[in-house]
Design a protein around this ligand. Sequence first.
Ligand SMILES: [Zn+2]
Length: 228
Amino acid sequence: MNQALYNKEVSCPICKNIFHTKKVRSSAIRIKKRDTDFCVYYNGENPIFYAVFVCPNCGYAALESVFERISPTGKKIITSRVSNQWVQRDFGGERTNQEAIEVYKLALLCGQLSNEKKGILGTICLRLAWFYRFIGEDKELHFLKHAKNCFEEAFLYEQLPIGNLDEVSMLYLLGELNRRLGKYEDAINWFNKAVSNPAIKRKKKLEMQAREQWILAKEEYKKIKSEA
Ligand SMILES: [Zn+2]
């Protein structure tokens, strides 16, 4: 048995089934490194793989933080659009990168059907992009683009913070996602907003990184302009 994992008992808000899902012990979490879009690499188990709960009975899937928050309309839609086609499958064991991709795609489907907030959908898409990055697949960019679009909408219309993303972290992340997607003008714009936001003064590391990525985006922009 994998000592880094433990079982959590969860009750499904849709079909009332009680099931078990794995979580990573906080004492077993070992951070190896981070990418500039907040993607974290771990030595050993990746706790993010386990942050989506999937009911093996009805197929309802969502991020742990919002799993119980499904609306009555959402319940009806999931029942008719997901549960009716669902073939019983248990994701309650150890998860591979591939299985993490599957559960996040299920959560994305359920979230889209139940009209979940863009901030939540953006979080799911960003993590899917990371999972594809881990295995070197270019579907990463497809999900980065979705994440960017969701977060841009969330920034305009939804309440922050979204998970750990407060306003200034979100401004930075929008800069970095646009930069990674080659949208340098937008990237420069968002980085500009991030570094001129007074709250960044309280986050020295983020401020430094924002300035570095801002310069990088400007250089990349200059380069494509000179090649055009
Ligand atoms: Zn269920």
